[in-house]
Design a protein. Sequence first.
Length: 511
Amino acid sequence: MNNKSSSSIVSDWESLKERGNQAFKNNLFKDAVEIYGRAIEAKADEPVLYSNRSAAFLKQLEFKKAAEDAKMAVNLDKTFVKAYSRLHSALCNLGDFRKATEEMANGIVEINANPSCAKTSEDLKLLKELHNSAEKAHTDFKRAEQLVASGDHEGASRIISDVLRQFPTCAPVAFLSAECTVSRDPEGTSRVLVLLADQYSDDPYYLYLRALMLYYRGDSSFAVAQELLKQALGLDPDNNKFSVLLRNIRNIEKHKEEGNKFFRQKRSREAIEEYTVAIQTDATNTRVNAIIRGNRAAARMDVNDFQGALLDCDYAIKNGVESAKLYARRSRVQEHLDMFDDSLRDMQCAANKDRNFEAELQQLKGRIKQAKRKNYYKILDLSPNESDNSTIKRAYKKACLQWHPDKWAHASETEKDHAEKKFKDIGEAFGVLSDPAKKRLYDSGQMDNDVDGAYQTSASFAPGNEEIINLMNVMFGGARMSGFSNGGFQKATYGRGGRRQGYTRGGYTYS
């Protein structure tokens, strides 16, 4: 070859290299690959061309081709640090961390063994860092695989997260991370998988992971998840993971729909059974289970299982179902359980989310005001609005005999305090219900818990009630009841020799 021809060839490949570099700078990576290829045809022994094309392949996430070109570059120049860096990136993104570790170790040896090498200490430092990162990634990846195999997805996720941050487009790492985190963070898993969509759209495991992400996102995505699993099984028909997930989706969908059907038909017990089967299919799918438990709460309310309904509502709200309808449902459950403050708070939340619940909120406020009044009929174990005076008197006598302070004289302090409160409430209830005027006010809702003067009513110890007083005197050692104060229970007083002179409890004075 004459000098002119040789010069022309040099000019050609160098010109092509510059054009390739310009295309690379303009993010035209496909064009850069093609131009570098033509340059390599003109100068097949130039390591820079292979290294540059490797960089373009990396940008296109074509890691296998990038690794081949970078390897060719270091074969041509065993001290080419930039080519080693690209080889490291390509191999690690392929998940071949062991090979990357070996190649970086070889590079360190080659540079140290070549005294004429003009590489700086910074170059050696870089290769050592690349070697260490590949070695650590290999160790962490293998450990994470072991943890996944043992069922410790959370532990595996903690370990693999650092590797994923370093190599977010490494499919083996991304797939392993997705499997670890998908049940807790399906949205985060989606962000990981989308980076690999172009390269792995026909990969059965990638399709499975997308289906798994949709499965954990909620039952509204079940239809798409089933289609993806059918595609995955078409590519890998013997994969048990794919089959199990498809079966779970169909099982949950079937029993949830059956539960909804029974609930609409007012067959709430059967609805509860169907919802329960759906929930028990997969305890890890908290988002879907939250939706179904919200439905089961409504069915449990229908059969008066308010404690069970409350547990279901709590679980649903805690796990992301925060609709106005569910807050209103929990409010109704809490009202049945006398959790009035909680009930009011939840209905207020429902009204804030949806103004249609405003009327129910106002009605609830009225009911709670009524419910917080002392139920004097309940205190005396009477039917609501009992009007027969003799029945009220008998109930009062029975309650007094049960909760009289002397009957609890030898009980614990806690029991004495409880008896004291009960006895006081009994006197208060009788003071209102035995007085026609106060009873009318109470029954009409015009009397709350402010019943000052109830203990002083003449009805309490009118001549018609003397038999109650006499019975008390006989039952409790001849203690004589006199007076009816409004001051509660007082300590006993004692005279000489420790003899009790008298005490006042619940408005009664004993002597």
